[in-house]
Design a protein around this ligand. Structure first.
Ligand code: SF4
Length: 371
């Protein structure tokens, strides 16, 4: 008797499918929407790693599905913990790509900094991920798996407070908006939308798409310089989406009562840290419902040697000036320094895991277009 089972290479990884692809792929085998939903949630909320563990399905259906699909989930392969309790994880994906995610404990609540792409093509000059170049988009399942696996490592129970989740790891989340949006839908309601922040360099078409969503996470914008010339110097994407257009887009962005856009401003010594720069930033943001988060740049051996943070007094002066100009301003605490888990330092544990360094040419469109 011949075996009609597709070979392993012909079976599809259920875990890596978007919701639409998942529904299409299973439509031949399952016609009841609630069943589809049950399997989808078993994979992405419960973290089932084998079709045979889906005991809510009949044995015959599990056997049939196994002939056409398999489940391959990301695995944590390395952990680095720093003295302040920050833990950085390296995760290996089913095709060998690697990503990083960071668990940052603070005041009784954790913040998980997760990745949306395995690498990044946008080549911001202060960012180690950008230095190593482009990788691929993560699937919705791969985004969710970071949260689930790290929660498991941290011994989270159903009664533990839900962590804050920030899309500030590897990659530009708005260049993978479909998967990020699908992940947000699964993460809520266990995590409130108010506890989730998506951070972007300012991909205008994708921000406009988010503006049409019924529910939205917090939005953080990487500003980092008060004029186009300097912003383009450190963020090539500014040539595609310059400041005037970005600010106009943010002014149109719908904000619920009490919510503000977070403006992230990286402070680089003698580059963008003067009081005139603070004044110019305040002018730029005038009329925008925004708060500012200052981030002294994190130096790294692969980055340009001008990436040096200002001294503490300069940071304080800059902060006070913005506060005087009416912008609520804070300074981000440095966390996870010894494990390179701080902002802009994620690079798959120092490996060149994402292939050839592929910097974006100034003014070029992003490799992966917003959907
Ligand atoms: S800062 Fe963000 S967008 Fe820029 S290179 Fe790094 S990961 Fe990419």
């Amino acid at each position: 008797m011949s075996d009609s089972r597709p070979g392993a290479e012909q079976r599809r990884n259920l875990f890596a499918l978007s919701r639409a692809d998942f529904d299409r792929a299973l439509a031949t085998f399952i016609d009841r929407p609630y069943r589809l939903n049950q399997i989808y949630l078993a994979l992405h909320r419960r973290g089932v790693e084998d079709i045979h563990e889906m005991t809510e399905l009949s044995l015959a259906l599990r056997a049939e599905l196994s002939r056409h699909f398999y489940v391959a989930t990301p695995r944590i392969t390395e952990r680095q913990r720093s003295a302040d309790g920050t833990c950085k994880y390296l995760l290996r994906l089913h095709d060998g790509a690697t990503i990083e995610a960071v668990d940052i404990p603070s005041d009784g609540r954790r913040t998980l900094c997760i990745s949306s792409q395995a690498g990044c093509a946008l080549a911001c000059t202060f960012c180690v991920t950008g230095y190593w170049g482009a990788g691929r988009d993560l699937s919705m399942g791969e985004i969710l798996a970071q949260v689930r696996l790290i929660n498991r490592e941290a011994g989270t129970t159903p009664s533990s407070p839900a962590p804050n989740i920030v899309f500030m790891g590897m990659g530009e989340p708005l260049l993978n908006l479909q998967a990020v949006g699908e992940a947000l839908e699964v993460l809520t309601p266990s995590t409130s939308w108010k506890r989730i922040t998506v951070s972007t360099v300012g991909i205008i078409p994708a921000i406009e798409t988010m503006a049409t969503w019924r529910r939205r996470p917090n939005l953080a914008i990487s500003l980092h310089a008060p004029d186009d010339q300097r912003r383009s110097q450190i963020m090539p994407i500014n040539q595609t989406y310059p400041l005037a257009e970005l600010l106009a887009c943010l002014r149109r962005y719908p904000l619920e009562r009490g919510r503000k856009i977070t403006i992230e401003y990286l402070l680089i010594r003698h580059f963008n840290d003067s009081l005139e720069d603070a004044d110019q930033t305040a002018l730029l943001l005038r009329g925008l419902r925004a708060k500012v988060n200052l981030i002294p740049v994190n130096p790294d051996s692969v980055l340009d040697e001008t990436m040096i943070p200002p001294d503490a007094a300069t940071v304080e002066r800059f902060k006070n000036r913005l506060n005087q100009r009416g912008l609520f301003t804070t300074v981000r605490q440095r966390r996870g320094d010894e494990v390179h888990g701080a902002c802009g330092q994620l690079r798959a544990f120092g490996t060149k895991a994402h292939g050839v360094r592929a910097r974006q040419e100034p003014g070029a469109k992003p490799v992966s277009e917003p959907r």
